[in-house]
Design a protein around this ligand. Structure first.
Ligand code: DX5
Ligand code: ZN
Length: 219
């Protein structure tokens, strides 16, 4: 399949969020990546339900919601109601990950698991059949504009091997420090969803930046 591009609105202009959402509507972006941070799981606080609902009112693209929060089970239904198409929880934040994944699916959302840079990929061994997406963090979560961690390529290859024959449709999303230089190697390693915050929103022409990320071909 052709890879997907998901601009992360963490780097958008929150005072002009509607404009940035409309820009994404006009672009070739596939999803809008929305980062929810609670100040506990990560050392930052982003935004919650009212902002997510406002984004939903203006977007024409599915919302890819990345929960960087403790005890996400408490809020899954509310995220669905606020407009989430995909809900991704952190491996490190879920004691009963299997149950959490089932709940996301019962809500009718795509279910994702995000994994921090220090967590071994093989910890996903017993959940990989049950999920639609793995979000490999290529920075430590919490902030936009950080430096890409190089061992991500090896981690993508490990995950593709782990999922082979068991979940060949698994979406492998890369989040953090994705840019126009590393995107091709990420796709070659087996990724098929690119999240980009800083690369898109600090560009003079964000629509062109999204197009460039879409045009990358690993072949
Ligand atoms: C980081 C977030 C990312 C962030 C990526 O915790 O999960 O989605 O917005 O931003 P860039 O692309 O600027 O690294
Ligand atoms: Zn994210």
């Amino acid at each position: 399949m052709k890879h997907l591009v998901a601009p992360s609105i963490l780097s958008a202009d929150f005072a002009n969020l509607q404009q940035d959402i409309e820009m994404i509507n006009r672009s070739e972006a596939d999803w809008v990546h929305v980062d929810i941070m609670d100040g506990l799981f990560v050392p930052n606080i982003s935004f919650g339900f009212p902002v997510l609902s406002a984004v939903k009112r203006h977007t024409e693209k599915p919302l890819d919601v990345h929960l960087m929060i403790v005890e996400p089970d408490r809020y899954l239904a509310q995220f669905k109601d606020a407009g989430a198409s995909n809900i991704t929880v952190h491996f490190e934040a879920c004691t009963h990950l299997h149950r959490t994944i089932q709940q996301i699916k019962e809500l009718g959302c795509k279910a994702g698991v995000a994994i921090n840079p220090h967590t071994p990929i093989n910890h996903l061994y017993d959940i990989v059949d049950d999920i639609d997406l793995v979000c490999i963090m290529s920075v430590n979560p919490g902030f936009g504009g950080q430096k890409f961690i190089e061992n991500t390529y090896r981690r993508i290859r490990e995950l593709r091997i782990l999922a082979q024959g068991r979940n060949d449709k698994l979406l492998i999303e890369i989040d953090g420090g994705v840019n126009h230089e590393n995107s091709i190697d990420l796709l070659k390693a087996g990724a098929n969803v690119l999240v980009a915050g800083n690369t898109v929103f600090s560009a003079k022409d964000p629509i062109a930046s999204i197009r460039l990320l879409k045009d990358v071909s690993p072949f």
